[in-house]
Design a protein around this ligand. Structure first.
Ligand code: CA
Length: 223
C-alpha cells in the first residue's frame, strides 16, 4: 500500500516514514503542498495541516476536486474547530500530534477497510433506493430524481447507512464505529456537521430525521 506523507518537519516525518516502512507500507514523503499536489496518486494521504506554502485544508480541498483518495489529517493539539472544518471538506479521519505509530496504523487500516467495503462489488445490497433517491455502493453515485448529488465520502457513508434500512434508527455510536472505527476519538459534533451538510444537499431537512438522544433515521419527505 502506497502512502503519501505530507509533512514539513523532518523531526516528525523521518521517524514516521521509517516506522511505516518497517510495517510494510510504501511511503513517499513530501514537505510542501506543491509537491503533495504534483505527486502520483497514492492509496492514502497523511496530511499535516501546517505546511510552509499552503494550509492543509486547501490541499485537501484541491485533492478532493480530483479524487476520492482517503485523507487522514494530522493536527496539533487544540485545533478542535479546525477538525470540524476538515471533516466538512472531506477528510476521512484525524490523528492528533503526538500520536503513536500503532494508533496511526489502526486508523489507516480502519479507513482502508471502510473504503474497501464501500467499493466492494460483492456486497449484498449494491443498489439502494428510497423515494426519489438512488445510490450505487459500487460506483458511489447518488441520484435524486434526475439529479446527481455530489456528496463527500463521509456524507455518502452516512446516507448509505440510513438507506440500508429506511425508517430504521441509526445510532450515533454506529456511525462513529462504522465511519471512524471508534466511538472515542472523534467528537460526536462532527457527525452533526456531516448530517447538516447532507440535509442541505438533499434539499429538504426532513429527509434526515433526528431521533433525540439516539441518532438519525431516513424519512422520505412528502412530495
Ligand atoms: Ca507542519
Amino acid at each position: 500500500m502506497r502512502l503519501l506523507l505530507v509533512e514539513d518537519e523532518d523531526a516528525i516525518a523521518i521517524p514516521l516514514a521509517d516506522g511505516l516502512r518497517r510495517e510494510g507500507f510504501e511511503v513517499e514523503r513530501v514537505a510542501t503542498a506543491a509537491d503533495a499536489l504534483s505527486a502520483p496518486e497514492p492509496d492514502l494521504v497523511l496530511l499535516d495541516l501546517r505546511l510552509p506554502d499552503m494550509d492543509g485544508y486547501a490541499v485537501a480541498r484541491e485533492m478532493r476536486t480530483r479524487s476520492r483518495v482517503p485523507i487522514i489529517m494530522v493536527t496539533a493539539r487544540g485545533e478542535e474547530v479546525d477538525r470540524v472544518v476538515g471533516l466538512e471538506i472531506g477528510a476521512d479521519d484525524y490523528v492528533v500530534k503526538p500520536f503513536g505509530l500503532r494508533e496511526l496504523i489502526a486508523r489507516i487500516n480502519a479507513v482502508m477497510r471502510r473504503v474497501g467495503d464501500a467499493r466492494d462489488p460483492a456486497g449484498p445490497a449494491d443498489d439502494l433506493a428510497a423515494g426519489p433517491l438512488t445510490m450505487s455502493l459500487r460506483t458511489r453515485r447518488v441520484t435524486q430524481g434526475e439529479d446527481d448529488l455530489h456528496l463527500t465520502p463521509r456524507e455518502f457513508d452516512i446516507l448509505a447507512m440510513l438507506m440500508q434500512d429506511p425508517g430504521a434508527v441509526v445510532s450515533r455510536d454506529d456511525i462513529l464505529r462504522r465511519l471512524w472505527g471508534t466511538t472515542w476519538a472523534v467528537q460526536t459534533k462532527a457527525i452533526d456537521v456531516h448530517v447538516s451538510s447532507l440535509r442541505r444537499k438533499l434539499g429538504d431537512p426532513a429527509w434526515v430525521e433526528t431521533v433525540r438522544g439516539v441518532g438519525f433515521r431516513l424519512a422520505v419527505p412528502e412530495a
